[in-house]
Design a protein around this ligand. Structure first.
Ligand SMILES: *Cc1c(COP(=O)(O)O)cnc(C)c1O
Length: 411
């Protein structure tokens, strides 16, 4: 845990689109251009104040990278015991594909069972620091769960709006963790409109993806942690299931900050934005060579975490993908479902559908020659597979009858 008076190195906030500067330590949403704000640091002072080897001696988890984070006072940190997330080699998958190294970073181990914990632990801590008491967001499920949990822990009220077909488990976990939650007969952008419309009457603060500056900083810790775990090296290529893109933008920010400080050198990873063909606005914009994406009509995919028809940070995602020499790739839901079944049966690792999408995209990209089998790849499993529907397993046995062991062995 952060020392109460620990120093941070935040200098200001900056519009990710226009570069317009906004003061730190004040409540801010989007920039005056209606675009996401990015937190900027005095990286030179940061690099002098802390050594990259210092982190190994601190308790694990995202808060060990406090110098890279915006929270000024350790007393404002709202935590539920965030741990490091492991890097798990998918050895059999790599063997089957003739690939040098495929590693899954398993974010399902975090509090509330998804990497949304990183962003919301940070956003709620900053909300506490800035004196906010009532927070609201639209969510496909996991972000709402994390907001409810961290908000409740901080003693705040949370108002959460989900599309009608949000997985039951998410709606219930939100409610159980003290969130006020509604199902809305629309998609996440319709839910977002409710949050916008209620601002004045309800006096809540909008913690929608990228509509406040701090969730990115929480997700940035995935990049810091990954580089740290690899001995301040980075992989060649990262496959990231992209909805609002917070994690992809955050990791890219992390790698650039680390390079500026001089802790990593050489090529940064190629960033691959993975979407479903049922909702692929970023892939479409990438293919068309554009910097902004159009609203995706009729969004539908089994990977609900990446069912985001419009992303306010579209240009930040597309810039990161292009600057890194990566690409954006959509996979069919059938291939997501196949990978969701294959990876746990092959390598023993249960995935959420969005994590399965990265495995499907990796295989597809290999077939298309978009990645080489020599590139060291990191895929992201963003949530616990236990939260999602699994194919039925309904074999039964009658213990009062004699068992045919040969049949059993054939199962
Ligand atoms: C939110 C979410 C995503 C998308 O993450 P972004 O960083 O917002 O693009 C992917 N998978 C799951 C399980 C999620 O909850």
């Amino acid at each position: 845990m952060q020392a109460p008076e620990s120093q941070t190195f935040v200098t200001h906030l900056e519009c990710g689109y226009t570069g317009e500067v906004f003061p730190a330590d004040t409540i801010q949403g989007l920039s005056s251009a209606g675009k996401p704000l990015l937190v900027r640091y005095d990286l030179e002072a940061l690099g002098q104040a802390v050594d990259k080897n210092d982190f190994a001696t601190r308790p694990e988890g995202m808060w060990r990278y406090r110098e890279f984070l915006p929270v000024r006072s350790g007393r404002d940190v709202v935590s539920l015991g965030e741990s490091d997330t492991p890097l798990i080699p998918l050895t059999r998958m790599a063997e089957r594909l003739g690939a040098k190294s495929i590693v899954m970073k398993d974010e399902g181990r975090l509090p509330t069972g998804s990497f949304k914990a990183r962003g919301l632990s940070m956003a709620v801590s900053m909300a506490k620091e800035l004196g906010l008491k009532r927070l609201a967001m639209p969510t496909n499920g996991n972000a709402g769960s994390a907001l409810a949990a961290y908000g409740t822990r901080a003693g705040m009220e949370t108002y959460i709006f989900c599309p009608a077909d949000t997985p039951e488990v998410n709606v219930r976990e939100i409610a159980l963790q003290g969130g006020k939650v509604w199902r809305v007969n629309g998609l996440i952008n319709d839910c977002g409109k409710i949050v916008g419309a209620g601002k004045e009457a309800m006096g809540w603060f909008d913690v929608s993806t990228l509509k406040e500056p701090y969730r990115i900083e929480g997700k940035k810790t995935m990049g810091l942690e990954l580089a740290d775990q690899l001995g301040w090296q980075v992989p060649d290529v990262i496959f990231y299931p992209t909805g609002g893109g917070t994690g992809l933008i955050g990791m890219w920010k992390a790698f650039n900050e680390l390079r500026e400080i001089g802790w990593i050198s050489g090529d940064l990873p190629r960033m691959i934005a993975v979407q479903s063909t049922g909702c692929a606005p970023i892939v479409k914009a990438y293919d068309e060579g554009r910097r902004h994406a159009d609203l995706w009509e009729g969004a539908a995919t089994i990977a609900s975490g990446i069912r985001v028809p419009v992303a306010v940070g579209d240009f930040l995602i597309l810039d990161a993908v292009r600057e890194s020499g990566g690409f954006a790739l959509a996979v069919h839901d059938e291939d997501i479902a196949a990978a969701h079944a294959r990876v746990p049966s092959e390598d023993g690792m249960l995935l959420c559908p969005e994590g399965a999408a990265t495995a499907a995209a990796y295989e597809h990209a290999l077939e298309l020659g978009l990645v080489s089998p020599d590139e060291r790849a990191v895929l992201f499993n963003c949530g616990s597979g236990l939260k999602y529907p699994m194919p039925p397993a309904d074999a039964e046995l009658d213990h009062s009858q004699s068992i045919d062991w040969d049949t059993l062995a054939m199962a």
